[in-house]
Design a binder for this molecule. Sequence first.
Ligand code: ZN
Length: 251
Amino acid sequence: MRLLILSDIHANLEALEACLDAAPEHDQVYNLGDIVGYGANPNEVTERSRDLGSIFVRGNHDKACSGVSDLADFNPIAGLAALWTRQKLAPDHLEFLRELPQGPLAPMANVQLVHGSPRDEDEYVLMASDAYLLLAQATAPLIFFGHTHVQRCFLLDASKGPGKSLVPAYKQPRGKQSVKLELKPDTRYMVNPGSVGQPRDNDPRAAFLLYDTEENSITFHRVPYDIERAQEKIIAAGLPERLAARLAEGR
Ligand code: ZN
């Protein structure tokens, strides 16, 4: 089976469409949450995500924008965007977001899907040291997570211990690029596909991942998209300008 793994789309329709256009053939979509929040197209992106279907895990912005959680943990810009999104969302999309399940989910025996981490749906796993602790306690050898908006793979070898965390290396980041990684036996992985709609790893291109269960491989992808159009919509919507600027910076 070939699984398209998307995370942190954040209501960025241009980025989502670019990813779907570039995505290799696949059987199902796993969506790791934060469908909305920040971007100017929450209804269009929620609708497209629902059409793509398959398995969803809720993100902190999905919770805040649908009223499941309050905005206490949000910075002022994120809070403003969440309130704007809540007002814009059509009732049935609001309902869909409100009902999204909390991770971890186990769509197959060896895989877990989470937004933040297996122990806390809102935890940011940025540091390798945090990832190794989680991997040591993991109940599945392959965990897909989002939330940090950073494309990354942490791994723990059963005999050799922590491996070097893998950052997909794109020589001269430009155009569409992909990096494939064969998964090894007796190794546990925490893999972040990166963010579709608001990358924060200094690469402004939209990010996603393909997991091929037969090959036992993951392929990281980056694709350019119409950033200017996404920015114009954010400004036109009256959302904070910083949300437009950061798209071009990839942070
Ligand atoms: Zn997010």
